[in-house]
Design a binder for this molecule. Structure first.
Ligand code: SF4
Ligand code: SF4
Length: 133
């Protein structure tokens, strides 16, 4: 399972592309984040299955005209700024953040949607979303 960002151009934003793809491939997609209006759409999904299965889904989505990229972002904590207040833990909708026994912050990448809610909530500007390879 990996997470992907799907961008819908304006001319196909109203097409039921995700539903069609699920039906045609039989592979389940889990929508983690969606921002869609009449002009464009951006959706973050996790695609179940091994690399070959994911490639089949990504290829079909691209054939249908959407832009698909693997999500290569991660939450980074600058530990020297963090005061262990727990605000990020309280707001995370995915339950992806926890304290270690030393009160350091740990983010579980598999659970994180990269929604940025914790970044906004941190009073110390200790958290950020950064690109990784
Ligand atoms: S980016 Fe969102 S899902 Fe990820 S750790 Fe922060 S609040 Fe949780
Ligand atoms: S909200 Fe910021 S300062 Fe508070 S625990 Fe989280 S990372 Fe640390």
């Amino acid at each position: 399972m990996n997470k992907y960002v799907i961008n819908f151009p304006q001319e196909i934003v109203e097409n039921p592309i995700l539903s069609e793809t699920i039906l045609e491939t039989g592979v389940l997609l889990n929508i983690l984040r969606a921002k869609v209006d009449y002009n464009e759409g951006t959706i973050v999904v996790s695609i179940m299955g091994d690399e070959e299965t994911q490639k089949k889904v990504v290829d079909l989505l691209r054939k249908k005209g959407v832009v698909v990229n693997k999500l290569k972002k991660s939450i980074v904590n600058e530990e020297e700024k963090c005061v262990s207040c727990g605000a990020c833990i309280a707001v995370c909708p995915a339950g992806a953040i926890s304290f270690t026994k030393d009160k350091d912050i740990v983010v579980e990448k598999e659970k994180c949607h990269r929604c940025g809610v914790c970044v906004e909530a941190c009073p110390r500007r200790s958290l950020s979303i950064q690109q990784f390879e």
